[in-house]
Design a protein around this ligand. Sequence first.
Ligand code: GLC
Length: 730
Amino acid sequence: MHKEFDSPKRLLECMTLDEKVGQLSLYSADVKLAGPDPVNPTLSFQAPEHRFADIRAGRVTGFFNGHGDAFVRTLQRIAVEESRLGIPLIFGADVIHGFHTAFPVPLAEAASFEPDLSRKTAEAAAREATAHGLHWTFAPGADLCRDARWGRAVESAGEDALVSARFAAARVRGFQGESLADPQRLMATVKHFAAYGAAEAGLDYNTAELSRTTLIDHYLPPYRAAIEAGAGAVMSAFNDVDGVPATANRVLLTEILREQWGFEGFVVSDFESDLETIVHGLAATPREAVRLCFTAGLDMCMQSGTYAAHLPGLVADGTIDIRRIDHAVLRVLRAKQALGLFENPYRGLDLSYDPVPSRTLAREAARRCAVLLKNTHGALPLKPSARIALIGPFAREQQNLNGAWAIFAANAESVNLEQGFLAARGADALVVEPGCAIDAPLDGGIDAALAAARSADVIVLALGEGQHMSGESRSRADIGLPEAQLQLARALRNVSKPIITLLRTGRPLVIPELADLSDALLVTWFLGSETGHAVADLVFGHAAPSGRLPMSFPRHQGQVPIYYARKRTGRPAAPPPAMFTARYIDVDPTPLYPFGFGLGYGRADYGATEVDAAGIGWNDTVTVSCSITETAGVELEEVVQLYVRDVAASRVRPVRELKDFRKVLIPARGSVTITFTLGRTDLAFADLAGGSVTEPGEFQVWIAPHAEAGTPATFVLKAPLPSSATEEAT
Ligand code: GLC
């Protein structure tokens, strides 16, 4: 705490209204987007001199996306030594999946089904980011995503609420650790609150058209999990919910966030989303936008400057009570206090940190995120003697390894596929040809690729999305493979050599033809700094794929949005020639690859799902078990999934809901018995008041390898006895 103040409350008592409003005003570092990368351009800072007067006057609470000793130390010194109260600035940034070391994108990490892996990568990211003077990250994103057209699927943990919740909470714990006073920790921000991923038609920024129960059952739990894990801040979303922009939505920012969930941190707008309430058609003027957003529960204004321009006047004319301003300012001052900024405004700055541990972790994380979707006749792993033709637009390029929001990554130090394969096999075993560009043919590219393929024993085909094809404002109506890449793949199919396809992507793609012509298909997402080494480890068998799909892969984009936790309908799809059931006349309504699906180099054979009781009392639990045997003679890491279906309830429930998952090692030819326990709280669903309700009745339960597999066991949850019902009521 600053010299003469022993608490934020004491400091607040000495602040002028302008200084208070200054603590609610956050601005971007003035960066120039430089460099060839259209998605993660190199950020070069413009001289911040024109900010000095604002800082001296206490008109700025902090900056974002500026970092480094010169930038942070210069501005912080002015704040603490030259402003009247010496309140330190807070420096935030989009540290989404790494800092200088890029880890796999969030959707890739979700595919590991190992939340603790994300805790570790978040912790490592915090170590690097704080060394460059950052205090606060605008992560984790906790936006459930069921529509692969949405560009920011890449930043999500996919379509399932439980997976999204566990990863969001794990990232918060990784960023924040046990105490924000630890100078190597970042304050986390859960975003984008709320239901940003429900953008209609997958169109970024679009309205979130969803029922209140779907919002409560599926979209809210990931944000709540992050808050229960202790996230210090919440970022509002660009979209509207029920016709009210999230940034001015009192139901979201006050009733749910504060009154139901007890959130005590502060809420910051997304980039000028407060001002955008005018564009939405809610506010008529900037002053009205400020009144609506602030009274809805938005504490801090990012970038627009509207709070600085209009909050003083709204207080002066009595529209806004100064006590509400004080509550918001206290939340911000307490965050700065928790970060130790009053004691040490330069906390964390230490450019002598060692990046090696992060690179080791990045390689391990990347290996564990890849998902093997097909492996005909054991095409993978490759034989040591195989001569390889590494072909495709991603065979040797450097710019598309990290995926969206890797704006601080030391991209030149990342390892591309060719480098990884050379390190693993040497130049004699490898011939490399691009064959085509990411979304255009190359003159002579296919001919050169065919020649390379003919000279090799096996083709490794590196295809997919460039990183400019997913991320913010990168929604796609056509989520197929670019035609030039399909042309290349079709041409290579005629060479009659095994084709191992590596699919780089920030979302599920529509790839039925590519899947057909591939002997093996490995989804490698965007794996970050250690891409080349990690993929080589998997392709050559130094590690085995253990990822599973966090989002369903459609057969056809007309199916999108497609997700496993769908409602059954009164006429569930029946195979042709049945008519009048929930199916298309032209496309199989099931996904090409379902949620939770993935292969390893071993093979898992699931026994029957069993329950230890056909009926359980209201306060009892049921143990669900299954014996799983490895049958290929290769040890296997299997993501065992527990699904439940509430057969009849006061609101129709999904055909399946994931209630737990666990990655387990099954020894070669060995068997393991997996058990899960379920109680009535695990069977609850949202009531319309925002609480949760469990109803007695029949439940189906599966222990399965993915969302379309297995035969359920059944148990009955008995109604509460009159006494326990009374207990329940008290
Ligand atoms: C962007 C994004 C948000 C990010 C913020 C600051 O528009 O929506 O995720 O944290 O602006 O860069």
